[in-house]
Every structure is written in structure tokens, then in C-alpha cells.
Design a protein around this ligand. Structure first.
Ligand code: G4P
Length: 195
């Protein structure tokens, strides 16, 4: 998606360790109009899927997810990384290891918000090693809900997450696909295809 790629080129900062800092519009300050545009794209891609629920994970997945939920007029459910004091019900849980932060979180969703009748679109901001999305997929399996697909804002295609998801037969749509950070610049998959 050109709008997102242009914004990454303009405001993204490549940090050591193959990390892209996008605090200007996604991970700290949020550009709501850009989030709305991303959501329009997800809706276009998944328009025939009769989605009943958006599933994401806190924190940064919530912004694109909520815009998508708004456009589809469906609820947005986010998996929590810490059990809140108000979550006393039965939970679906999954273990999510963050390679970036070297921590393991048990993420959870209240059983009453995810049903076997649901047709779920999973949304997240980044796809790197895929552990977060994998955890959300597992939670959908626990609930016996149908997974329509996954919508990602920024995919780091050189990491293993995309393959991990596609290998399970789950549809994956990423709006910006980064092939490398060579020379501290962001290279998109399309660039590499045209070279
Ligand atoms: P995964 O999300 O694909 O499982 O990969 P990984 O374990 O490597 O990522 C852990 C966290 O780091 C995730 O956010 C993920 O979105 C984020 N992340 C991965 N690569 C990048 C990157 O290049 N740039 C930025 N800005 N983030 C990256 P999280 O811990 O869930 O954080 P948050 O959503 O609470 O902000």
C-alpha cells in the first residue's frame, strides 16, 4: 500500500537489530487518518468474508483493529498480556514469546467474547517472528472460531512470521512488506521484485 510505504520512508527510523521505529504514526503517536486508510484496505481485501469479529493484541494492534471494526460494524476484541482484576471468567490463553523483548507473556481472552460461530479477522501492527499472531490463532482454535485471515500493517518479510502463518493455510494480507533494512534504509518487497 503506497500510502503506508511512503509514510514509513518518510518517518520510519531503522534501529540496530533490524527494528523499525514508527513512533510518529503507529507505536506511540497514532495517525488516526492513516489508521482509517489501513482499515479501508483491510475491508476491501476481506469484503466477502462475513466477518463477525476483529481480534488483535494489546497495545499497538488496537489502533488499526478498531478502525477496521468500525468500518465493518463488528466488535473488536483484544487479547490481554496481563490478567486484569476484572477478568474473573474462564479464559482462552496462549503463550507468546517476544524475541524482541525476550519475555514470555500469557495472553488471554474471555471465553464469552469468542464463540464457535465467529468468523474472525486477526489484525496486528507488526509481523516479525509471528509469535503474537500465532497466539491469536491458537486462541481462535480453542474457541473453535473460524479464522477468515490475518491483516498486518507492516510485515518484516525477512523474518519467519509470514511463512509460519501461511504454512498453516491461513490467509495473510500485509499492507507494507519489508524485504530488508540494508544500508539503514527500508526496502520493500516490491523494490526487490523490480530490481
Ligand atoms: P511478533 O510480534 O511477530 O511475534 O514478533 P516479535 O516477537 O519479534 O515482536 C515482539 C514485539 O515487537 C511485538 O510488539 C511486535 O509488534 C514488535 N516488533 C517486532 N518487530 C518490530 C519492529 O521492527 N518495529 C517495531 N516498532 N516493533 C516491532 P509488542 O511487544 O506486542 O508491543 P506493543 O504492541 O505492546 O507495542
Amino acid at each position: 500500500m503506497k500510502l503506508l510505504e511512503d509514510r514509513i520512508r518518510e518517518d520510519g527510523l531503522v534501529l540496530p537489530g533490524n527494528v523499525l521505529k514508527v513512533n510518529q504514526f503507529l507505536n506511540h503517536q497514532i495517525d488516526s487518518e492513516l489508521m482509517y486508510a489501513l482499515a479501508e484496505e483491510f475491508v476491501k481485501l476481506y469484503k466477502d468474508e462475513e466477518i463477525t469479529k476483529i481480534l488483535t493484541i494489546e497495545a499497538s494492534g488496537i489502533a488499526p483493529a478498531i478502525m477496521t471494526g468500525l468500518l465493518l460494524r463488528v466488535p473488536v476484541l483484544f487479547a490481554r498480556k496481563q490478567k486484569s482484576s476484572t477478568m474473573n471468567e474462564s479464559l482462552y490463553t496462549a503463550e507468546v514469546y517476544s524475541y524482541t523483548k525476550k519475555v514470555k507473556n500469557t495472553v488471554s481472552v474471555d471465553e464469552k467474547f469468542l464463540k464457535k460461530e465467529d468468523r474472525v479477522l486477526i489484525i496486528d501492527d507488526f509481523l516479525a517472528n509471528g509469535q503474537a499472531v500465532q497466539g491469536l490463532i491458537e486462541i481462535c482454535h480453542e474457541a473453535h472460531a473460524d479464522i477468515v485471515g490475518v491483516g498486518i500493517a507492516i510485515e518484516k518479510s525477512f523474518q519467519e512470521g509470514a511463512e509460519l502463518i501461511r504454512n498453516q493455510g491461513v490467509r495473510l494480507e500485509s499492507l507494507a512488506r519489508i524485504s530488508s533494512f540494508a544500508d539503514n534504509k527500508v526496502h520493500f518487497v516490491e523494490d526487490a521484485d523490480n530490481e
